[in-house]
Design a protein around this ligand. Sequence first.
Ligand code: ZN
Length: 154
Amino acid sequence: MALSKLDSLYRAVILDHSAHPHHHGTLEGSTPLVLNNPTCGDVIQLTVAIEDGIVKDIAFDGSGCSISTASASMMTDAVLGKTIEEIENMSEKFSKLVQGQTIEEAQVLGEAAFLTGVSKFPSRIKCATLGWNALKKAIENDDSYGISGLPCHE
Ligand code: ZN
């Protein structure tokens, strides 16, 4: 496939996610983690349900540009049912991908790998990583998994 055709396919998938985001909303009983990207004005509100170190459910809300919304939507698809370890690995791959670095096994990112073109627009990298950064923070804050859940004395 010619590169321009691939680019327009990627663009179509990104626009579709931004127009019809997946897992959009708020999980009941979860405290939303709110993160913003001041350079663009994007705000994400993320709720995650983690059980036994696995993301059982996830939802996001907020207001953002097409890149941040599409990226958050793709991220929720990619991380559902994955372990925290897998997600840490995916998040690292994604951040390299949008900075234009070559990564192995890009397929683990699912459609999120379609955001590779963001690397040509450095000001948009923060839009693309907002959802992933929010997830990282949500995992750190999660009582069942994060630092806050670790006992003070063994
Ligand atoms: Zn943005």
